[in-house]
Design a protein around this ligand. Structure first.
Ligand code: GRF
Length: 195
């Protein structure tokens, strides 16, 4: 994670067994994890070129992979993770990296999804929980929920209403994925849930 960590809080409230929290920068999510007694690890982008053009994406992805592997992590739920990880990472956890995104994918990919929906005059937006791949905000969809765009919405009000929905939807999907994995069913075998 990289953001304010409200989705992590929702996971913890929902009773999701979070073994480790990893972040690409100092952020509130690490503090939430520490407070909850969960190992909180900073794999800092700054050590791999930060946000410059020389950012070593493969080096960063390898470091993140090693940290998670050495902690025996077998399911990853990204929540506002602000670094696109390369194939190295996804190959190490095939089909086991989940993501939530504040739009109805495949519409409006990327970090500014909420603003893009507003700028496009969308009448509704929402959130998508999907299996993450090397491609940005791509991969099989596990669940989507719709949120109306109100006439007086700005980016922050719309994003907050979407996050309210994400805080319900994402923990419920992660719970379903964990239950399925314990029965030997991979996330890619699950059917999409429409809400
Ligand atoms: C969520 O909207 C997520 O979809 C997006 O970043 C936000 C993270 O929210 N990628 P928070 O930092 O957990 O509050």
């Amino acid at each position: 994670m990289s953001g304010t960590g409200t989705i992590l809080e929702a996971m913890l409230h929902a009773g999701i067994d979070v073994a480790l929290v990893a972040s690409d920068r100092r952020c509130r999510g690490l503090e939430i994890a520490e407070h909850a007694g969960i190992p909180a690890l900073l794999v800092d982008r700054v050590d791999y070129g930060g946000f410059s053009k020389s950012f070593d994406r493969d080096g960063y992805s390898e470091a993140l992979t090693k940290v998670l592997q050495s902690n025996n992590i077998d399911l990853i739920a990204m929540a506002g993770f602000g670094t696109i990880t390369s194939g190295i990472f996804h190959d190490a956890f095939p089909g086991r990296v989940l993501n939530t995104h504040p739009s109805l994918l495949p519409d409006f990919k990327g970090w500014h999804a909420v603003k893009m929906a507003l700028d496009a005059g969308a009448k509704e937006s929402g959130c998508t929980v999907h299996i993450a791949t090397e491609k940005l905000d791509d991969g099989p969809i596990l669940a989507q929920a719709r949120v109306p765009v109100l006439s007086n919405d700005d980016e922050s009000s719309l994003h907050e209403r979407i996050k309210e929905v994400e805080r319900d939807l994402y923990p419920s999907v992660v719970g379903r994925v964990m239950a399925s994995l314990s029965n030997g069913i991979e996330p890619s075998e699950l059917r999409e849930e429409k809400q």
